[in-house]
Design a protein around this ligand. Structure first.
Ligand code: FAD
Length: 470
């Protein structure tokens, strides 16, 4: 690259927000550079988030199936053994194959991939520090996109050492199955990673400050999920606050007390996973150099993802909204189209959320609690997987589909599923809701038999008090 080259767009951060925006902008005819300090593209999602966690969820699920559930199918397995090293190696290979794939996509789309830490100098200049003895580089550009994502949030007196007190990143790397694991935080990341290590043999306890897990999820589904996870062997301590963690040689001492106040007690575990959320990452980014406003650390943007600094945009976990890879990706596409003068569309009402435990939990749109608070009149239709033929054939009858529709118009406002492959099924609801569909319309569609999606059709029927298989 010549020193004088001026880009249309320089992106700081090569995660789902940044790399997707880079490819789309290049396809839209813009000259693009993407600066990434990790040394690998794909961000949190591909390197230490969505992808390695799902690889471990899949492997641990198969292990548990083979150990506990194959016999009902008449499959005798003998003594099923865990080879954790191979399991972790497979996970690493899935990650590198995918991250290498993005480098290939950058080459194909002529995006310049620049390894180093980006810092905004002014509205048209990004300085890149490659680290080590390598010289700094200055990139000049018409626009800058910040896609620097998020980092692990912490709590006072609990210091993460990634050995005994670990973050989600450490939880993807444990070289031996701990006898006991305490997960601080009952959000989706803690429940997924807690499920992985429980399946592999750890005694797992989740300590949650609130009186419910997965805040934000429909209350009924959240309760149901807790019961199912308890049945699988996860222990929950609700309404409990962690005040201190002390890492000793072979265990961690955790001091907890009731969130509402009361006597403290000490818990022991071989490993403690801190999973209390994530916070936007803007360290050393030079936001002050261009006067970018933030709100509780999140970069403030307008409807076109423009920050308070002219010519500087931001997407993904670093701006407000659900911290999800597909939300970051979609924002990346919308901003890249906007910069190329194309229309873009981001509908925050239809961003699905999926928890990849087993069974999975998937939601889209409003919960009952949100509608009650907003005073909206609604009707609910539900259908249990125990009455779905396909769920019976695969031996997965836990859970239900719940559809909430506006009382007056029948328009679908929210869909919540707990059950097998809920994360895939939810996309039927996404399509219906994006197109403004009603429960009646979904109920009238001829669904293939026998499929899990028939439970969506039945729940849609139930909204208007009809049923077939109940
Ligand atoms: P990131 O992916 O965080 O990428 C930002 C990149 O910017 C990073 O690579 C960072 O190194 C780089 N960077 C930061 N500052 C600089 C700088 N100054 N210069 C250069 N580079 C910089 N989401 C889902 O939708 N589904 C899931 O199943 C899911 N599972 C998850 C599991 C775990 C364990 C975790 C931790 C997260 C999970 N997430 C999941 C969340 C998802 O990973 C994030 O929402 C997503 O990665 C956000 O994308 P982003 O591009 O905004 O930021």
């Amino acid at each position: 690259m010549s020193e004088e080259k001026r880009y249309d767009l320089v992106i700081i951060g090569g995660g789902p927000g940044g790399y997707v925006a880079a490819i789309r902008a290049a396809q839209n005819g813009l000259s693009v550079a993407c600066v990434e300090m990790r040394g690998r593209l794909g961000g949190t999602c591909l390197n230490v988030g969505c992808i390695p966690s799902k690889a471990m969820l899949q492997s641990s699920h198969l292990y548990e199936e083979a150990r506990e559930h194959f016999d009902v199918h008449g499959i005798q397995t003998g003594d099923v053994k865990l080879d954790l090293k191979t399991m972790l190696g497979r996970k690493d290979k899935v990650v590198t194959d995918l991250t290498d794939g993005i480098e290939g996509l950058f080459r194909k789309n002529k995006v310049d991939y620049i390894i180093g830490t980006g810092r905004i100098i002014d509205n048209e200049t990004v300085e890149v520090s490659p680290g080590g003895r390598k010289k700094k580089q200055t990139l000049s550009t018409d626009t800058i996109l910040i896609a620097t994502g998020s980092e692990v949030a912490t709590i006072p007196n609990v210091e993460i050492d990634e050995q005994r007190i670990i973050s989600s990143t450490g939880a993807l790397e444990l070289s031996k199955v701990p006898k006991s694991l305490i997960v601080i935080g009952g959000g989706y990341i803690g429940l997924e990673l807690g499920s992985v290590w429980r399946r592999l043999g750890a005694e797992v306890t989740v300590v949650e400050f609130l009186d419910r897990i997965t805040p934000g999820m429909d209350g009924e589904i959240s309760k149901r999920m807790k019961v199912i996870l308890e049945k699988q062997g996860i222990r929950f301590m609700m309404g409990t606050k962690v005040t201190e963690a002390k890492a000793l040689k072979t265990k961690v001492n955790l001091t907890v007390e009731p969130a509402a106040g009361g006597d403290a007690q000490t818990l022991d575990a071989e490993v403690v996973l801190v999973s209390v959320g994530r916070k936007p990452y803007t360290d050393g980014l030079g936001l002050e150099n261009v006067g970018i406003e933030t709100d509780r650390g999140f970069i403030t943007v307008d409807e076109h993802f423009q920050t308070s600094a002219p010519g500087v945009f931001a997407v993904g976990d670093v701006i407000p909204g659900p911290m999800l890879a597909h939300k970051a990706e979609h924002e990346g596409v919308v901003v890249a189209d906007y910069l190329a003068g194309e229309p873009g569309h981001m509908n925050y009402d239809t961003v699905p959320g999926v928890v990849y435990t087993w069974p999975e939990v998937a939601s889209i749109g409003k919960t009952e609690e949100q509608l009650k608070d907003a005073g909206v009149k609604y009707a609910v239709g539900k259908f249990p997987f125990s009455a779905n033929a396909r769920a019976r054939t695969i031996g997965e009858k836990d859970g239900l589909v719940k559809i909430i529709a506006e009382k007056e118009t029948d328009r679908i406002l929210g869909v919540h599923i707990i059950g097998p492959d809920a994360g895939t099924m939810i996309h039927e609801a996404l399509a219906a809701m994006e197109l403004g569909g009603t429960a009646h319309e979904v109920a009238e569609m001829c669904h293939a038999h026998p499929t899990l999606n028939e439970a969506i059709m039945e729940a849609a029927l139930a909204v208007n008090k009809h049923t077939i298989n109940m």
